[in-house]
Design a protein around this ligand. Structure first.
Ligand code: SAM
Length: 311
């Protein structure tokens, strides 16, 4: 494991960052801030039920195809995939794991860090009515928006669970596939994420994740919280990522695609795509991007859990 340690309270900072990012997106698309968040409405303290007339019930949101496309195309989504996507679906990712997942109808897919639900919706469509897509996220604001987006997109075979990927609210061998888009890099305990992923996959289950890795990034950059929540400083070296997955028990672990960022694509990622570089206090600048150029890559990683049926 690299020597660097996660900044203190990193998970709270990540939640803050992504809550702000999705709230900004909702405000941009709908002209107003989200009506509810689980914190101020649906918390047990408020004693509210998820009935249709309650503020806790998912509310359909407006479609804004243009806005959704602008963000998502950065990660390589096609027009067809974005068709009829709710406007408050936003790609905070760095790839498109669903497109490369050879999922079959009827299978169960788990999306780690499902955000506003883009990959979750696409996965739900792929597995069809007999299958299921499960989103997992720890940020209340994201979960709220994602649930509303599922309603708007008329997806009935998907759910979002609140929890952390280091201790997943998922039973052993519940899922056939794990996907994730630019999230595992954020975890301060990647060993646990991979151990949990192994536990919840059925024997023979498969992983297809898009993520950020580093290539010889000096440790001095890793103490920067802005760069951590922006998916960079928390990223581990590519070899280490593979090793951690193998140590968790995965086999056939391979990087199937890699895109090394130059400074302008880093700046674009930071400022336009996932709101990655902005944590409210600090904006990822082009000067920073120059420091990271050639040392940060987005990779698509495939792996399998041994076992499963031979037929
Ligand atoms: C960079 S965004 C990616 C969102 C989504 N995958 C996408 O492509 O748009 C990271 C998401 O992961 C969630 N997240 C970060 N760390 C997490 C953790 N340890 N457990 C669960 N969710 C986490 C954040 O709340 C946020 O929604």
């Amino acid at each position: 494991m690299s020597e660097h340690k996660a900044p203190k309270d990193i998970k709270e900072k990540i939640k803050d960052h992504y809550a702000k990012a999705i709230n900004m997106k909702v405000e941009k698309v709908t002209g107003s801030l989200p009506m509810v968040s689980s914190d101020d409405c649906c918390s047990p303290a408020n004693n509210k039920e998820e009935s249709s007339d309650s503020c806790c019930a998912p509310q359909p949101v407006e479609f804004d195809k243009e806005a959704a496309e602008r963000f998502a195309k950065m990660a390589g989504y096609t027009d067809e995939q974005l068709q009829n996507m709710p406007g408050t679906v936003s790609s905070f990712g760095c790839g498109n794991p669903v497109a490369f997942m050879k999922v079959k109808p009827g299978e169960v897919v788990l999306d780690l860090g499902s955000g506003s639900g883009l990959d979750l919706i696409l996965a739900a469509k792929k597995v069809g009515d007999t299958g299921k897509a499960i989103g997992l996220d720890m940020t209340d604001a994201m979960i709220d928006v994602c649930r509303k987006n599922l309603v708007t997109a008329k997806i009935t075979n998907a759910e979002v669970r609140k929890g952390e990927m280091e201790s997943m609210p998922v039973v052993d061998s519940e899922v056939d596939w794990i996907i994730s888009n630019c999230v595992i890099n954020l975890s301060p305990d990647k060993e646990k994420v991979f151990a949990e992923s192994f536990r919840v996959l059925k024997p023979g289950g498969q992983v297809m994740v898009s993520d950020i890795v580093t290539i010889g990034l000096p440790d001095e950059f890793r103490s920067d919280i802005g760069a951590w929540v922006g998916c960079i400083a928390g990223a581990v070296e590519e070899d280490e990522y593979i090793r951690l997955m193998e140590e968790a028990g995965f086999t056939d672990v391979k990087v199937t695609e890699k895109l090394v960022y130059d400074s302008s694509s880093l700046a674009a990622m930071a400022n336009d795509n996932c709101g990655c570089g902005t944590d409210g206090d600090r904006t990822f600048s082009l000067k920073d991007a120059d420091n990271y150029a050639g040392k940060v890559a987005t990779v698509r990683v495939y792996a399998t859990k041994p076992g499963g049926c031979c037929c």
